[in-house]
Design a protein around this ligand. Sequence first.
Ligand code: NAD
Length: 489
Amino acid sequence: MSRNLPATPALEWSYAPSREASEIVELERRYGLFINGKFRAPASKKYFPTINPANEDLLAEVAEANATDVGRAVKAARDAFEDGWGEMPGKERAKYLFRIARMVQERSRELAVLETLDGGKPIKESRDVDLPLVAAHFFYYAGWADKLEYAFPGLDPEPLGVAGQVIPWNFPLMMLAWKIAPALAAGNTVVLKPAETTPLSALTFAGLASEAGLPPGVINIVTGAGATGAALVEHNDVDKIAFTGSTSVGKQIATALAGSKKRLTLELGGKAAHVIFDDAPMDQAIEGVINGIFFNQGHVCCAGSRLFVQESIHDRFVEKLKRRLSTLRVGDPLDKNTDVGAINSAEQLARISELVEAGQQEGAEMYQPDCVLPRNGFWFRPTLFTGVSQSHRIAQEEIFGPVLSILSFRTPEEAVEKANNTPYGLSAGVWTSKGSRILWMADRLKAGVVWANTYNKFDPASPFGGYKESGFGREGGRHGLLPYLKGVG
Ligand code: NAD
């Protein structure tokens, strides 16, 4: 499907290409909306293209849902809730979720390739991170479906009804799993809107759920851009909105829902601090930092995008980091050797470029390895900035790309003060060999998740979410059921 030659890193040696075959994915030319168990043409009569960001090839056309379409999807979800799903014994609901989890595992290679084609992420990530976590989420919440009264002892948990769910493009199938698995386990039905640049895995998942025998209307997928999401958020017959995306859209949604009875959870942006003390195991910390910012091209809400290195090791650490950057392989996302794939869209590339330019203009010093980028598609070199000050835009704003801003600190107190100097509060990382210091830091860092001597570790049993402008509510773990139940809060 790609018409580019993969980029070659500027090394004296390189791996031979090892391309994952894409024939396993069979795409339709056009996709309708998945409503009440079937793909249907949109009332809007409109379709939009979805492309492969690694070469700009058209993958398919996808229906653009308008308010009428969203209304049909919400009605289907309401009917399915009232016609049995909401009352179904938990152990019966669990069977569907277990079946979906197993089918995701069976079709994981196909789904991983599709995720990489539509989103641009390296196949080794969609294969080894996204898909296993998607299956794990369905397995995990399948396990809770018949144990809700044990999850919340002494209470009488009940489903809310219809959940409207809006997700971003950075982990399309994983975000779908984080939303759909707990909602269904708790007895709700859903209308989910995937992001406009990555709708294909959600649509394929809808077909899979049908094959699993899920009753029509329990899951509905409406595709489209912001207007479709807004129509879902504003629909009168939705009981709960779960949104993952940017802080600016999150604020609009919070405003739109103020005064309504709809429940709301927001998983928003981040600008995580990754703090390296001078007693940290340096080579491991370098790998942690690389994973923290270059995983999924930095399109990660919890990316460790602000690096704080203790002054005594700053220069040596940065030197090593630069060397490591130059060994990252940037290029064809379907190549199993690729470390950094394509930027998700032209719009995202423009935003990254704009912020990187601002970093240079504000006086920070940029380093990029000398790698050759493919001619077509959307690409950005792994980038780091030194000489960054707290007030620089690259230290304050979420770049959502493969760009690291490096600052230094002298004392633990200074590290905490600088790390917390952000409107966000989603995640943080600490590297030190002192256990007591990890606990001291974790107590003081204002972040929903603090990783110690590791980074970007996810598990369905572990709650994830932020505070401050990173949102509210938790996904994952027992906490992830709370937003989908009444009688427990
Ligand atoms: P975005 O806010 O532009 O879009 C997210 C989703 O909302 C998309 O499906 C979009 O179509 C939809 N949308 C846009 N305008 C809307 C509106 N007015 N009403 C309803 N829906 C609307 O964000 P994005 O660029 O797709 O994703 C990147 C952002 O998501 C980053 O800020 C990132 O940090 C955040 N994110 C957060 C988490 C988390 O768990 N906290 C996880 C992944 C991504």
